[in-house]
Each structure stands twice: as structure tokens, then as C-alpha cells.
Ligand binder design. Structure first.
Ligand SMILES: NC(=O)c1ccc[n+]([C@@H]2O[C@H](COP(=O)([O-])OP(=O)(O)OC[C@H]3O[C@@H](n4cnc5c(N)ncnc54)[C@H](O)[C@@H]3O)[C@@H](O)[C@H]2O)c1
Length: 294
């Protein structure tokens, strides 16, 4: 899909990080943007910034885990702009689960699934039928992660399970859109190739009461800065990918009609090969052993 001035892009999780970078990029290309986020203040700041730069903006406070709120978002987008060409189901959270899987709190799973999996499905249900019916070129970009989308980091396994689901959901969506001969396409995004300096490490700031933790954490949440300092002390320098680079990858991938918005990386290529080979060989997933930390 070619991005053109006047088209309408919807971005969830648009108040921060990757979502904000995507919205800035689309606005810079002349698209009208619909910003959705659960966090009110940063959302308002993001909208003000884009409006000051001359963009046409609709900002809505939305919890993507609540179907009615996503349907209301779609209604508002169509009422305001009359069309949607690009939908980025990008909102996501880390689960905050600790310890082994059998020790996780069910609410860690429920919350992460509500945002990372149901949020994407709600976006598809609320927008895609209208995007198809419009008969214009359109596209859906779902944000996954190399963690889970390619292979799980066992230390962040709940998150990984949700991001694996996003890949499978997007593959299925791609097939359904082809079967429908729709002018709407689908892509799955793997932000990277390195980590990103975003609010993901502080996901707990948005955890709703209905998915509250039922027992205190054993260890306090670690900020990205604390983790980075610990890695430095252990002699490991961490590379970061600027969020603008992710927005470039999306814009170029859309123009080239790419399904896999996967940045070039020897590390992820090695993981893809190792995982596929292990399946083909019916061998144990020994590629996970590098990532298993006590
Ligand atoms: N940061 C990374 O290294 C990285 C790597 C791979 C994938 N991702 C994915 O990228 C996406 C964007 O995350 P980010 O890194 O920019 O983090 P971020 O925390 O900066 O942005 C996520 C945004 O989603 C919003 N959000 C959270 N729950 C929501 C809900 N229920 N409804 C609506 N909005 C909600 C947050 O308020 C925030 O603005 C996520 O899907 C994340 O899983 C991030």
C-alpha cells in the first residue's frame, strides 16, 4: 500500500514509544491520524504535538482490551474522517509475571492477553469489515516481537506467548483477506533489531484494577535504566534501535507490500533457522538453553 496524503491511519498505543513514532511518521507523510491510548495525559500531549505540526488528529482514550471501546473508536474515526486506510494494532504490555510458569498469577496472563491478543482481535473486528467495504486500498499492521514472534525468551514467557499469537493471527488474517480478494493487506511488525527505549518496561503503569496482582511481587519492578546499568556492570553493552527506525521499516514495508516487517539481523535469522531446524529434526528446542536464566 502506498502512503498518500489525506489517507487516514489509526494507531493504538500511540501516546508513547513505537506507536508515537508511527503516528509522527504518518502525519509527516500527510496522513490524517487517529491516536488511541489508555493513558490520557501522554495521549493529549502526543495529539497537541502533532496538531502543532499541522496534522489533522483525532485522539481517543481507549482500552483496546475492551471490545466496546474499540468499536466506539472505529465509529469515531469514521464519523470524523469518513475512512480508515491504515490500522496499526500496536498497543502492548509486558505482563509482570515472576518465576516459573506454574507460579504465575492468572491475572498476569489475563491482562497481557487482554491488551496484546484481544486488543489486536478487537481492532480487526471493529475496523476490517468497514475497510473492506470501502473498496479502497488499506492495510493492517499488527505489532508482535522477536520475543515469542520468533522464539520465546523464557524469562518473559507470558509476553512471548501473546506475541506468538499475534504472528499466527496476522498470518490467518492475511489468508482471509486474500480469500476475500480484499484490497486490504496485512503485515506483522517485529520492532528492532535491538531493544527500544520505550515505556514497555513500565507497562505496570497502565494495569487496570480488574487484572490487579493478587499478591505482592517478590522483587520490585526494574526500570530499563536499572537493567541497563546492571548489564553495563556485568560488562555487556546493550544496543538500542531508535523508534524512528521502526517507523521507517513500517513505511518502507508498506510501500513494498511486505508481510514480514522484520529488520535484518543475524541474531534473529539464527534463531529462525535454529527453531525451524529443531522442528524439522524432531529435536529438543535446545536453542532456548541460551536464554534460560535462573
Ligand atoms: N520496546 C521494545 O523493545 C519492543 C520490542 C518488540 C515489540 N514491542 C511492542 O511494541 C508495541 C509498542 O510498545 P512500546 O515499546 O512502544 O512501549 P510503550 O509502553 O512506550 O507504548 C505502548 C503504549 O500502549 C499503551 N497501552 C497499554 N495498554 C493499553 C490498552 N489496554 N489500551 C490502549 N493502549 C494501551 C501505553 O499507554 C503506551 O502508550 C507493543 O506491542 C510492544 O509489545 C516493543
Amino acid at each position: 500500500m502506498q502512503l498518500r496524503a489525506g489517507q487516514v491511519a489509526v494507531v493504538t498505543g500511540a501516546a508513547s514509544g513505537i506507536g508515537l513514532a508511527l503516528a509522527r511518521r504518518f502525519a509527516a507523510e500527510g496522513l490524517r491520524v487517529v491516536l488511541a491510548d489508555v493513558e490520557e495525559e501522554p495521549l493529549r500531549a502526543a495529539a497537541d504535538e502533532l496538531i502543532a505540526d499541522g496534522a489533522e488528529v483525532l485522539a481517543r482514550t481507549v482500552d483496546v482490551g475492551v471490545r466496546e471501546e474499540v468499536v466506539a473508536l472505529a465509529d469515531a474515526a469514521y464519523d470524523t474522517f469518513g475512512a480508515v486506510h491504515l490500522l496499526c494494532n500496536n498497543a502492548g504490555v509486558g505482563s509482570g509475571a515472576e518465576g516459573r510458569m506454574w507460579e504465575h498469577e492468572p491475572n498476569d496472563w489475563k491482562w497481557a492477553f487482554s491488551v496484546n491478543v484481544w486488543g489486536v482481535f478487537h481492532g480487526i473486528q471493529a475496523f476490517v469489515p468497514r475497510m473492506i467495504a470501502a473498496g479502497e486500498p488499506g492495510h493492517v499492521v499488527n505489532t508482535s516481537s522477536t520475543d515469542g514472534g520468533i522464539a520465546p525468551l523464557p524469562t518473559a514467557s507470558v509476553y512471548a506467548v501473546t506475541k506468538a499469537a499475534v504472528v499466527t493471527m496476522t498470518e490467518s488474517l492475511y489468508a482471509h483477506l486474500k480469500a476475500e480478494r480484499a484490497r486490504v493487506g496485512a503485515s506483522v511488525l517485529f520492532p528492532g533489531p535491538h531493544m527500544l527505549r520505550t515505556g514497555l518496561w513500565e507497562s505496570h503503569r497502565n494495569r487496570p484494577g480488574r487484572y490487579a496482582k493478587q499478591r505482592p511481587r517478590r522483587t520490585p519492578y526494574r526500570s530499563l535504566e536499572q537493567w541497563e546499568a546492571a548489564m553495563k556492570e556485568a560488562g555487556q553493552d546493550i544496543a538500542f534501535t531508535p523508534v524512528e527506525q521502526v517507523a521507517d521499516l513500517v513505511a518502507e514495508g508498506l510501500a513494498a507490500d511486505r508481510f514480514w516487517l522484520l529488520p535484518g539481523s543475524e541474531h534473529s535469522d539464527r534463531q529462525i533457522r535454529a527453531r525451524s531446524q529443531s522442528m524439522l529434526d524432531r529435536a529438543d528446542p535446545s536453542y532456548l538453553e541460551h536464554f534460560i536464566l535462573d
